[in-house]
Unconditional design. Structure first.
Length: 552
């Protein structure tokens, strides 16, 4: 998650930023070529990268293949599926309708879709835009996409997929990324304008800007010039699963070229699409009850690159991964589109590396060093500040860090007590205070300023597994119903396993006959028993308890 930026200061920096005098560094092209070549092989799926400064392309390149079978290389002019980058177009269209007096941000959904059931019907347009509606995201419903992805759906049929599901939280009380909210925004656009949501976007925003490649992928010929999208099955690269572009709807079904996305982004950020007051709402982080701030506005995410304000959004859809960011102070837009939904390097990492190189302030680079167990041993332990705890440990000859409630992440030594995460910009250094105690200086997403996390002590040894017989494990096996189906089973090795919806299988280590810790993540599972039979379970992770009832 990107850094939280105070909304007023950020909006002001966008509105008042002056155009810089300096251009990108003279060696930028060679640096950009090296960044792209290091991220993708030439003989597999790859990526298109575009960098635009003050409205003029200064870099456009493709690396890898648009079609592996024919060995056709990627062309930087080719359009790709934008995925969730679509959300900023939907958001801007909604705000344009607000400006026209055709709707209001605090209107309830029921005003436009009177048949939508409560409590979701009470969610406001604003809550749909910033993901606080609590309505269940259809992409989180297990098996739904796999079963229906290739089938065309109308807007009404899309809404029917999720409208009767229970909410994930009371509206306005929490935040959860939500594709259903943007399908509903598409439906509202259609209700207000009397035309398909994508036609309204094209007519009112894209055509006036002269943008032709950005379009709805679900129309006839809408993806005729889009490269083949790929995925992975084990170690094999395979064509991605088919999907009707009606399924991502107003949450993710536009396609377009990276160059035109950059033109759109610059126009949006410079007030040529919607008014500055409307745009300020798009880039304002969401504040929840209690003061917690989420770095998400309306279809855009504020952040920073090497201390400079940025704003953008990424996207992921069958066969494609995308990211686009704008640096308003430097008037630089960077877009990276990959034709794989499991690319070898995350486009979000590349946009930031390219942006940092373009402003002459590149991120630190590291070369993995051999692990010296004796040297690293005094640095291991628990590091904690406030509610944030990170464990640093050595397991089976490899180094990991792990935050409470999360799976462990592999780290590599970078030399000089510095450690980095492969395929990430994040790194940390373990230094010592004047008193000689270790302190972790953590550079999240390569931020210039480190956050310091103090050493809190050694990691307590794990208790040995309790001895629980197979018969006692078998009575816990079965299907449980929580927010998603949960399958508990005993595997061939006699271990209890848990599969949460579509997530990978995890293994449960017994602490007693009914209490287990999850081997792969920092979580515990407690089973309830009545008359010798399992009645339910509770998954405890990250300070939250998730109950589920026995369903079979």
């Amino acid at each position: 998650m990107r850094k939280i930026v105070q909304s007023a200061a950020f909006a002001s920096s966008v509105a008042l930023a002056s155009v810089p005098a300096q251009a990108v560094p003279g060696d930028f092209r060679s640096r950009a070529d090296a960044i792209l070549a290091d991220a993708f092989a030439a003989d597999g799926p790859g990526a298109i990268a575009v960098v635009v400064e003050r409205g003029k392309p200064v870099y456009a390149a493709g690396r890898g293949l648009a079609d592996i079978e024919s060995k056709r290389p990627l062309d930087p002019a080719e359009p790709m599926r934008l995925g969730s980058i679509t959300k900023q177009f939907t958001s801007a269209m909604v705000l344009k309708l607000v400006e026209q007096g055709n709707l209001a941000l605090d209107d309830p959904l029921s005003k436009y879709l009177p048949d939508f059931p409560k409590p979701g019907a009470d969610a406001t347009v604003r809550q749909l835009l910033n993901h606080t509606s609590g309505i269940r995201s259809y992409t989180s419903i297990p098996g739904l996409l796999q079963a229906r992805a290739a089938m065309p759906h109308t807007t009404t049929e899309m809404i029917s997929l999720f409208k009767d599901t229970p909410p994930t939280f009371e509206r306005g009380t929490d935040w959860a990324y939500n594709n259903s909210g943007y399908v509903l925004l598409g439906a509202i656009i259609e209700k207000v304008t009397g035309e398909p949501w994508y036609v309204a976007i094209d007519r009112q925003m894209l055509k006036p800007l002269g943008l032709k490649s950005i379009r709805y992928g679900g129309i006839e010929g809408g993806e005729a010039d889009v490269p083949i999208g790929y995925s992975r099955e084990g170690d094999k690269v395979v064509p991605a699963h088919k999907i009707s572009m009606s399924i991502p709807h107003a949450a993710g079904s536009l396609v377009g070229s990276a160059t035109e996305l950059a033109a759109w982004g610059r126009a949006l950020h410079q007030g040529k699409v919607i008014k500055s007051a409307s745009y300020a709402q798009m880039i304002t982080p969401t504040t929840l009850p209690g003061g917690r701030t989420v770095p998400y506005g309306f279809g855009l995410t504020p952040g920073d690159v090497r201390g400079r304000p940025s704003v953008g959004h990424d996207g992921g859809i069958f066969g494609f991964s995308t990211d686009g960011i704008y640096l308003p102070g430097e008037d630089i837009y960077v877009a990276v589109f990959a034709n794989s939904d499991e690319p070898t390097t995350d486009p979000e990492v590349l946009t930031r590396k390219l942006a940092a190189a373009a402003i002459g302030d590149p991120y630190e680079t590291f070369t993995a060093q051999p692990i010296d167990a004796n040297a690293v041993q005094p640095l291991l332990g628990i590091y904690k500040t406030g509610d944030v705890e990170r464990r640093f440990f050595l397991r089976d000859g490899s180094l990991f860090t792990q935050r409470a409630g999360n799976p462990p992440l592999a780290v590599k030594p970078g030399g000089g007590n510095r450690f980095f995460y492969p395929d990430s910009l994040s790194w940390f250094e373990v230094a010592r205070t004047a008193e000689g105690r270790p302190v972790m200086r953590f550079h999240n997403n390569g931020e210039v300023k480190a956050s310091e996390v103090a050493y809190a002590g050694p990691i307590p040894p794990e208790a040995p597994p309790a001895s629980v017989g197979r018969a006692d494990l078998e009575r816990l096996a079965g299907t449980y119903q929580g927010p998603v189906p949960i399958l508990v089973a005993v595997d061939a090795a006699g271990e209890l396993t848990l599969k949460f919806g579509d997530q990978p299988v995890t293994h449960l280590v017994p602490e007693s006959a009914t209490a287990f810790r999850v081997k792969e993540v920092d979580a515990k599972v407690i089973f309830g028993l009545a008359d010798g039979k399992s009645t339910g379970l509770i998954i405890s992770q990250g300070g939250r308890d998730l109950p589920a009832k026995r369903a079979d």
